[in-house]
Ligand binder design. Sequence first.
Ligand code: UTP
Length: 294
Amino acid sequence: MKRKVTKAIFPVAGLGTRFLPATKSVPKEIMTLVDRPLIQYAIDEARAAGIEDFIFVTSRGKSALEDYFDLAPDLETSLEKSGKTELLRMLRATNMESGAIAYLRQHKALGLGHAVSCAAKLIGDEPFAVILPDDVIAGDTPCLQQMVEAYAETGGSMVAAMQVAPDKISSYGVLDVAGTDGPIVAVKGMVEKPAPGTAPSNFAAIGRYILTPDVMRNLADIPKGAGGEIQLTDAIASEITQGRDVFGYEFKGERYDCGSKAGFLQATVAFALARADLRDELVAYLRQLDVCAR
Ligand code: UTP
C-alpha cells in the first residue's frame, strides 16, 4: 500500500560558496526573492503538498534560519497596535506549529546524499519528500503537489525532472530514460554530473524528490561519488539496480536555479514582475535601461 507523504527533509547545510561573501554570515536560504526568503517558498510548497513534519538539516552558521521560524510576538503586538492588519496576516502566515520543525546538524559538508541520510532516524520506515530550497519553482500548482498526486498512482521513488540544454546537462543528476507517459518518465538509470558528451538523456533531476525508506538505507551503504561527495543520485540509482521503480516527473512550472547568481537574479526579476505592487515601476526601469537594444 502506498503511504501518504507527510515528512519532508530540507537539506540546508551546504556552504553556499557561490554567494560569498554574503554567505559568510547569511544562510543562502534566508536570502530574499523580493521580500520572502528562499526557505519560505520551500515551506509554502511543502505545506501545499500536505507535508506536516519539516526536517531541516543545517550546519554551523545557520542559526538565522532557526530564528526565522520562531514567533515574533513583539512585532505582532506592534503591528496589531498600529492597525497594520495586512502585514500582521502575512507575518502570521509564516508561523510554524510548535513541534512541526526539527533541526539536525550535518557536521561536515559531505554531500547532499549525506545531508539527507542525517535525517534517517526521524524518517523511520516512511516515504518522504526532499526539497532543495535553492531550486525555486513557480507554477499554478506547486511542484511537490503535482508530484504527490502522481506518486499516489505510481508509488516507487520519484524525482522532479526537466529537460535542459546539452551544454548544461553535465551540471545535473541525469536520468537514463526507458520511456515516457505524459509527464511520467520511466527511469532505468541515473548518473550524477556525467562527463560532457556522456549524458544518457537531456532529462535533469531538479531539487524535489519523493523517496522510499529504501533510498535512506542505500545512503548508508554507497561510497563517495561525483566530487568526492555522498550523492543522493547514486542512492536513487541503486533502487533501480535492486529492482525497484524510479520515475521522473516532468513538472509544469518555471524553475529558477537560485543557488547560482544568474538564476537568483532572473528569479528576482520574474517574481517582482509578477507582483502588482512592483510591476509598473520595474517595467519602467527596465525600459529606461533599454539593455535589449544594445
Ligand atoms: P549545492 O550543490 O548548491 O552546494 O547544494 P552549496 O554548498 O549549497 O552551494 P555552493 O555550490 O557552495 O555555492 C545543493 C543542496 O544540497 C545541500 C545544500 O544546502 C543545497 O540545498 N547540501 C549540499 C547539504 O545540505 N550538505 C552538503 O554537504 C552539500
